[in-house]
Design a protein around this ligand. Structure first.
Ligand code: 1AE
Length: 411
């Protein structure tokens, strides 16, 4: 049967988990049930939501202090596909539309029947495809971020791209806050960035992918993405949560938009940060981004300035990479406040098939961004080979300077 099953974390002050679950299953589907005449019940049967399971979980102390009879629970409700079209806006509105406004409730997971899943594309390239494009197979990839993009000229952009590329990074992404602007419009920014990459490649033999930020009004995005690709953009960056998951899916499904898409998590915190409201991170940043077509997914690492709970980062990673009969695995990109002294931790927690992403941790290297990139590359290669960072630093001045600057973060 084609359907979606939604699992929620609920907290009921009266401890009536069954009643609450039944209220959601009926309220979000047929509206009322027990008092309906037999004929109407027969007609509406195929549309009725049903409670699949209820599992009580320990309630937190503050909740119990205020509501001594209160209970918390994970409830799973099945929604028949007769009720919605096979797209994320309809599915999310059905399972968590009005309900998201109704008290303490968090959407933890959505499980799609295999028939329904077939309506979603998943990543075009995935981990394997991005590795083929970059030619890097045996280590985590390294990405850097333009960190001085606003108010800067094309010459400045050229210079910044050059030093990042010289450092040996595998991808360079636009800053997510760089929009269409007079100084570095996409039309000029892409060729200038690519020229700098080509210049660096003459020296290094290594050519990073430039992920160009696709911005502006929703109905102009596809044209902008195609323009970037025609100009040679080898990857795109997309602020998916400022637009919506279905907009990402529309970009992914366009046959002419055939380069890897990096999903940026900007704004996601507004949907996921509360322990009692919103979406779980693993659902929004993991399962749904992969289904909608992101090839690489950025999220805050557990160690940096903008940190996310470690279990949640691992749950996102698991959703992005786990075996799936239909969807290719996508790259997890733990980010924010990353510096070379964290490489051991990043490799231990996120493994080979991940992307190490740093802005300040590359540009802030005392000897310049090229050395920042080199420090990371040396750190990554050493750690993958089983060395400790302080050992690697004995043969890498760039890494030693980075460790002296930011420290060596051990597990
Ligand atoms: C979670 C996204 C991280 C990001 O986009 C960004 O710009 C990070 O910058 P740094 O590495 O913290 O300087």
């Amino acid at each position: 049967m084609s359907q979606v099953m939604a699992t929620y974390l609920i907290h009921d002050p009266k401890g009536q988990l069954e009643k609450k679950a039944e209220g959601i299953a009926i309220g979000l589907t047929v509206g009322s049930w027990t008092n309906l005449p037999k004929l109407e019940k027969e007609q509406l049967k195929a549309h009725k939501g049903s409670v699949v399971s209820i599992k009580e979980v320990p309630a937190n102390e503050a909740f119990l202090r205020n509501h001594p009879s209160g209970k918390s629970g994970l409830i799973t409700i099945s929604y028949p596909s007769e009720n919605y079209s096979a797209d994320l806006p309809a599915i999310i509105t059905t399972t968590f539309g009005k309900l998201s406004l109704d008290g303490d409730i968090k959407l933890i997971d959505l499980e799609f029947s295999s028939e329904l899943k077939k309506q979603f594309p998943g990543p075009r390239h995935g981990i394997k495809g991005v590795r083929e494009i970059t030619g890097v197979y045996d280590r985590p990839l390294l990405m850097s971020i333009f960190k001085a993009a606003i108010g800067r000229s094309l010459d400045s952009l050229h210079e910044q791209m050059l030093v990042q590329a010289l450092g040996g990074v595998d991808l360079v992404k636009d800053d997510e806050i760089l929009f269409e602007n007079k100084l570095t419009p996409l039309e000029q920014r892409v060729p200038v960035g690519l020229a700098a990459i080509a210049e660096a490649a003459m020296e290094t033999g290594h050519q990073p992918l430039y992920a160009v930020n696709i911005t502006g009004k929703t109905y102009e995005l596809k044209e902008q993405a195609k323009q970037a690709i025609e100009l040679g953009a080898p990857a795109l960056l997309f602020n998916v949560f400022a637009y919506g998951l279905d907009v990402l899916q529309a970009l992914r499904e366009d046959k002419d938009i055939d380069v890897p898409i990096l999903a940026h998590p900007a704004v996601a915190g507004a949907f996921t940060s509360s322990p009692i409201h919103g979406f779980s991170n693993q659902l929004l940043l993991g399962k749904l981004l992969r289904m909608a077509g992101a090839d690489l997914v950025l999220f805050p690492s557990p160690y940096g300035g903008v940190a996310m709970n470690k279990n949640e980062t691992l749950a996102i990673t698991n959703e992005l990479r786990k075996d799936d009969e239909q969807f290719k695995p996508a790259f997890p990109v733990p980010s924010a406040g990353i510096h070379p002294g964290m490489t051991e931790l990043l490799f231990r927690d996120f493994g080979l098939d991940s992307v190490i992403n740093a802005g300040g941790g590359i540009h802030g290297h005392p000897d310049g961004a090229a050395k920042g990139g080199q420090a990371f590359r040396d750190a990554i290669e050493g750690v993958v080979a089983g060395q400790k960072l302080d050992e690697v630093a004995k043969d890498s001045q760039a890494l030693q300077v980075a460790l002296d600057t930011w420290g060596y973060v051990k597990g």
